[in-house]
Design a binder for this molecule. Structure first.
Ligand SMILES: Cc1cc2nc3c(=O)[nH]c(=O)nc-3n(C[C@H](O)[C@H](O)[C@H](O)COP(=O)(O)OP(=O)(O)OC[C@H]3O[C@@H](n4cnc5c(N)ncnc54)[C@H](O)[C@@H]3O)c2cc1C
Ligand code: SF4
Length: 463
């Protein structure tokens, strides 16, 4: 065991910025066994573990860390599996800095325990050792349909299968995983090595996944329940409908939504040299937005060979993306044009993007969100030359499901209305959770909603 500085996290190895800016391999390389055991010694095994209340799925964090400290990966994995079906994913993409690590007692005087990296170590090592989660001992004679194979659907399905239900997931795309597969890039979340393996674990519990099946088109919820005999339904269809600004030029050639750009790269493999579905690679790309999705789109365009500028209307402090992602993007050479708002996308005679006109902003009084409102600086219009624009302004749920299901209520943003505790919708036996209910949020919140709904469905079907 090495000498551990109790005030600081054991550092984790990363691919050097200059190298990784040109490839799609994972940025963070994760802890070795020795590093993980060292980091685990920093946990105080608190009597009142604040980290657990900071975790949306209440993983018994100190207990799994104590097992890592002893080098017991199987035991650590079993503890995490009680609460999470996708630990290798969460260890990589959860915003730990605002959740478990944000409230860790170690963080009061020094750096918090590196809980996310320890979770990732356990999940990756368990996978290498061939450890899989335990299935149900007894089967129940009831069928549940799950719509969407994202983190909400996979978690709900996994939990119900563990309780013995026959679960079928209906997924619109040709591959399961939702945003984990089509949105978050390979260099943050490897698909074959991590996402597909965690999905295999869910299937190993007995869950059937049917792809290329669009609920609302291939079949409706009513027909699944009335004709196919499903006793309950969980809707985990996400929020995949991109928003736009409505400025002139947004329909020009060379303008993408971040969703389309990332889907083409991740799901359709456009980043691979031999891809049969390549994507246009601009010389200069402007990404509009400041969230995780904007960072992912920018870093993808950079790796494809473009110079990339992020345009965001507020200041660095208000950037909604994770601090780690902003830090990585800067290290890799992404240019940040902050306090800047686009007003028009300009084009050449053939209709292709040749630039974007913006105005400078300054921060005024706080708005309803508590953040200072960006206000235009008069006469500050200027031009940025570019040939590609990626709009990353957020997404909302697709209306298809609620408009094709009788008496299923949704709000004015298209989010399905469901109870907070178990996700029950306005229809008996129909539950919903994740981005389809909240609008675009996080992986762990979607998983938490899937878990709560599984408990609700179990209670309903056990009546
Ligand atoms: C680029 C990007 C980066 C992100 N980065 C992070 C991050 O770092 N950390 C984090 O915590 N969160 C991140 N998020 C957010 C996070 O991925 C989502 O909050 C989460 O995936 C929501 O899970 P979900 O299961 O509700 O929906 P989704 O993951 O969207 O899955 C929904 C699934 O339902 C399917 N579906 C939709 N309609 C139908 C239908 N009619 N019939 C059948 N199937 C249907 C879709 O094809 C999809 O597979 C990111 C999101 C994006 C887009
Ligand atoms: S709060 Fe931090 S130190 Fe305390 S048990 Fe949780 S991880 Fe360990």
């Amino acid at each position: 065991m090495g000498q551990v500085d109790m005030m600081k996290k054991v550092p984790v190895s990363e691919q050097p910025a200059a190298e990784r800016a040109h490839n799609f391999q994972e940025v963070c390389l994760g802890y070795t066994r020795e590093e993980a055991m060292d980091e685990a010694t920093r946990c105080l095994n608190c009597k009142n573990p604040r980290c657990v209340s900071g975790c949306p799925v209440s993983i018994d964090i100190p207990s799994f860390i104590m097992q890592v400290k002893e080098g017991n990966v199987q035991e650590a994995y079993d503890i995490i599996s009680l609460s999470s079906s996708l630990p290798a994913v969460c260890g990589r993409v959860c915003p730990q800095e605002t959740q478990c690590e944000g409230v860790c007692v170690r963080g009061i005087k020094g750096e918090p325990v590196s809980i996310g990296k320890l979770e990732r170590f356990v999940a990756d090592t368990a996978r290498e050792m061939g450890i899989v989660p335990k299935g149900a001992d007894e089967k129940k004679n009831k069928k549940v349909a799950v719509i969407g194979a994202g983190p909400a659907g996979l978690t709900c399905a996994g939990d119900l299968a563990k309780k013995g239900y026959a679960v079928t997931i209906f997924e619109a795309l040709h591959k399961p995983g939702g945003v984990l597969m089509y949105g978050i890039p390979e260099f943050r979340l490897p698909k074959e090595a991590v996402v597909e393996k965690e999905i295999e674990n869910v299937k190993a519990l007995g869950v059937e996944i049917i792809t290329d099946f669009v609920v609302g088109r291939t079949a409706t919820i009513d027909s699944l329940m009335e004709d196919e005999g499903f006793d309950a339904v969980f809707i985990g269809s996400g929020a995949g409908l991109p928003k736009f600004m409505g400025i002139p030029g947004e329909q020009a050639l060379g303008v993408f939504s971040a969703n389309e750009y990332l889907t083409r790269s991740n799901l359709m493999g456009a980043f691979k040299e031999d891809s049969r579905t390549p994507i246009m690679v601009g010389k200069k790309t402007v990404v509009v937005g400041g969230g995780n999705v904007a960072m992912d789109a920018a870093r993808t365009a950079l790796r494809l060979g473009s110079e990339v500028t992020i345009v965001y209307r507020r200041s660095e402090e208000e950037l909604p993306a994770r601090v780690e992602e902003v830090h990585h993007a800067k290290e890799e050479g992404i240019i940040f044009n902050l306090l800047t708002n686009p007003v028009e996308i300009t084009t050449n005679e053939e209709g292709w993007v040749n630039g974007i006109d913006c105005i400078r902003m300054e921060l005024g009084e706080p708005d309803a969100s508590g953040r200072r409102r960006p206000v235009e600086i008069p006469d500050s219009r200027f031009h940025i030359e570019c040939d590609t624009v990626i709009m990353s302004l957020g997404t909302s749920p697709n209306p298809l499901i609620h408009t094709t299901t009788d008496h299923l209520d949704a709000d004015k943003h298209g989010c399905i209305i469901a109870t907070e505790d178990v996700g029950l919708t306005s229809r008996e036996g129909v539950y919903a959770g994740g981005d389809a209910v909240t609008g675009a949020a996080t992986v762990i919140l979607a998983m938490g909603a899937g878990k709560a709904a599984a408990a609700g469905i179990d209670a309903y079907l056990s009546k």
